[in-house]
Design a protein around this ligand. Structure first.
Ligand code: BEZ
Length: 247
């Protein structure tokens, strides 16, 4: 059975979490949302991942993104393990709370319905663990992006922040972002946009790269959000580049 597809309405499930019982859509409100799963509490890669998300949580908040984690362990385990994650992040905190809730899906109901299980990683009883899934949900509650990593490969949450920047920009403006794009870099004019429309929509200029085919599809324009200053997206310091330097 195929899992969720891009554009599908994201299920409004109800779940037990470290912040109490909640319904997903009510928790998300009008925000963007990221639901990310991990295989198992008290495991090394997962500890580094949730520690990294905790450190980046203010960057996600700045972008209006609410986070929620999931694994197939109990609430008790989630709370105990949260203290280890905070200690890994060197936070001397009495509190067991991370800056996002963790869903306790001990019966694997959500993991099964959302296609999150990794058949190659099993627990001591031979049951599959959760894979490393990322679902990015738009304010319209539709799926905007999904990633699925095996248990043995930890994710880059800087990359997930980067794709949030791209998703939010491209939801608002008729542009696309090229490989390795970061805020402040030039963006691309979509291939189906006529030249006259591009000239009107992008007063900062459209820069077209000459190609052997003679086809004029590699068209850049400055990042429409760029204020002409260095932009720090919170995961790496970058300098805005002139589109002409790419040509
Ligand atoms: C980990 O988080 O370290 C992990 C969990 C399951 C399988 C492999 C690694």
């Amino acid at each position: 059975m195929p899992g969720l597809l891009l554009g599908d309405p994201f299920p409004d499930f109800e779940a037990e979490t470290t912040a109490g019982r909640m319904k997903l859509h009510q928790y998300l409100g009008d925000s963007w949302g990221i639901l990310f799963s991990h295989p198992k509490d008290y495991t090394p890669v997962c500890t580094t991942e949730l520690g990294r998300v905790a450190r980046l949580s203010s960057e996600f908040s700045k972008r209006g993104v609410k986070l929620i984690a999931l694994s197939i362990d109990s609430l008790e385990d989630h709370c105990g393990w949260s203290k280890d994650i905070l200690a890994y992040n060197c936070e001397k905190s009495e509190c067991c709370r991370l800056p996002f809730p963790i869903i306790a899906d001990s019966k694997r109901e959500l993991a099964v319905s959302l296609g999150m299980l990794d058949p190659d990683e099993k627990d001591k009883d031979g049951l599959p663990l959760t894979a490393r899934c990322v679902f990015i949900i738009g304010p319209d509650k539709k799926l905007k992006l999904s990633l699925l990593y095996p248990a043995t490969t930890g994710r880059s949450f800087s990359e997930i922040l980067r794709v949030v920047d791209s998703l939010q920009l491209t939801a608002e403006r008729r542009v696309a972002t090229p490989a390795e794009w970061k805020p402040g870099d030039c963006v691309m004019v979509p291939p189906n946009m006529p030249e006259e429309d591009a000239a009107t929509l992008f007063p900062a200029g459209v820069f077209t790269k000459e190609l052997p085919s003679g086809k004029k599809y590699l068209r850049y324009t400055p990042d429409p959000h760029d204020l002409g200053e260095s932009v720090d997206p919170g995961y790496s310091l970058i300098q805005p580049r002139q589109c002409t330097s790419i040509l």
